[in-house]
Ligand binder design. Structure first.
Ligand SMILES: [Fe+2]
Length: 242
């Protein structure tokens, strides 16, 4: 039996260079509301799972970094981020591989892999280097911005899926070490059981998209966050701040 681990996930904060109101919410305020909430929740670390920026601008990460001061967190790169700039801003340059940000942390006996999908593509050859196929079953957890599968979300599945989702899904289906993949990008909350793994989509801190319609449609603009509890089992819950 391992120790319990609690991770808080925030993603798709889309911080812009200005204090901008768009899609029914003030982008920075929404993020700050989420941050305020999670500061009160005991946790081991936070994951900012991609699309930290909206428009590429050095100052955006600077602002975000200031807000995160004193918190323990890891990041991944989303399609709105530029991985080299993101890595430079957060001191992670040594983890760039062909301009993609991939790295791994070992914590309380578990492995956490942070994978890059900033080019809307998961490089499974790079990912494989971070997954020890001799380690225990289900002892590795992957964070990546894009879900590795289509997710019953018409708008996002149609226009913005992971480019190689079939390959990515196949990879996780066959990878014994990974049973849980934590994702973002779809601006919704969803836990989906796939063949031999589960994927979990945490909502955006900015606004959420309805899953039923093919056309872009905003469901609401309450900031979301996720709590991941890893112990004897894995429990994932998503929340909105209303
Ligand atoms: Fe995204």
């Amino acid at each position: 039996m391992g120790e319990n681990i609690r991770i808080i996930q925030l993603n798709d904060m889309h911080i812009s260079s200005g204090d901008i109101f768009r899609n029914g919410a003030n982008i920075r305020n929404n993020f700050l509301k989420a941050l305020d909430r999670i500061r009160k929740i005991p946790h081991d670390f936070i994951v900012l799972n991609g699309d930290l920026a909206h428009d590429i601008d050095d100052n955006d990460y600077q602002w975000l970094k200031e807000q995160m001061t004193g918190l323990k967190y890891h990041i991944t790169s989303g399609n709105h981020d530029l991985s080299p700039l993101l890595a430079k801003s957060f001191g992670l340059e040594k983890h760039l591989i062909s301009d993609k940000l991939f790295y791994k942390k070992r914590y309380k006996g578990k492995n956490f892999v942070f994978a890059d999908t900033s080019e809307e593509y998961l490089d499974t050859d790079i990912l494989k280097r971070f997954i020890d196929r001799h380690s225990g079953k289900a002892d590795t957890f992957v964070f990546m911005h894009h879900p590795p599968s289509l997710c019953n979300s018409k708008h996002m599945d149609t226009f913005y899926p992971l480019g190689n989702h079939a390959e990515a899904e196949d990879y996780f289906s066959k990878c014994e070490q990974v049973e849980h993949v934590f994702c973002a990008h779809y601006h919704t909350n969803l836990n989906l059981k796939k063949e031999n793994f589960s994927l979990h989509i945490c909502p955006s801190t900015w606004y959420q998209i309805g899953r039923k319609q093919k056309k872009f449609n905003i469901r609401h603009s309450f900031p979301g966050y996720g709590i991941i509890d890893i112990g004897d089992s894995v429990r994932v819950k998503h929340y909105y701040i209303k």
